[in-house]
Design a binder for this molecule. Structure first.
Ligand SMILES: [Zn+2]
Length: 194
């Protein structure tokens, strides 16, 4: 069954509600909100029509399930692609797919606010510590510029850490390199290990 807009937004909101309270507070203070875009990427580019900032290029958006639009403080979701990918999944698998995408984008929104320029210098070094499939998903050099790598790594680790809470609690999952985990903890306020 094709995911109705309400169902998609509901799953996105549920993912946001599952974040630690301090992160939800920061997203609220930053004014982060969500939007569904059915005509991707044109609908995203159209959102920039009234802004002075340049819109992301169609190449940047190509194939993405979602994007964090810093200038608009909006996480936009590629509704058509998500609905297609979620088609035929069980409700639980669908929720988990959408939550993973949403947590990655909230990770971006938070990393932009929380990380400083010195931390961002370490992007490429930290990228090397990700597991091969995750490293390849980031596709640097190629899709991303050097200055974007840190936030991309943090968003990836953020989605992993949030998704891992039901399994690992707030502690470091074994497959996550200690140095990468330490970099994550430097950026994100994180509940102490129980
Ligand atoms: Zn990203």
């Amino acid at each position: 069954m094709r995911g109705a807009p309400d169902g998609l937004l509901g799953a996105i909101r549920a993912a946001r509600d599952a974040l630690p309270a301090s992160h939800r507070q920061l997203l609220h203070e930053t004014g982060v909100h969500e939007g569904l875009v059915w005509d991707w990427p044109d609908g995203v580019i159209a959102m920039y029509a009234t802004l002075r900032e340049p819109a992301p290029s169609p190449d940047d958006l190509d194939g993405a399930a979602a994007a964090w639009l810093r200038e608009r403080r909006t996480v936009v979701f590629n509704a058509t692609a998500l609905a297609q990918t979620a088609d035929g999944l069980t409700p639980a698998a669908r929720r988990s797919l959408i939550a993973g995408v949403a947590w990655h984008e909230y990770g971006h929104a938070l990393s932009v606010v929380l990380a400083g320029p010195e931390q961002r210098e370490r992007g490429v070094q930290l990228l090397e510590l990700l597991s091969p499939p995750m490293r390849e998903a980031i596709n640097y050099p190629g899709r991303y510029r050097k200055s974007q790598v840190f936030d991309e790594v943090m968003a990836t680790v953020y989605a992993l850490m949030i998704g891992g809470v039901p399994i690992n609690g707030y502690s470091r999952p074994e497959f996550l390199a200690p140095e990468l985990h330490a970099a994550f903890r430097e950026v994100f306020p994180w509940p102490s290990i129980p």
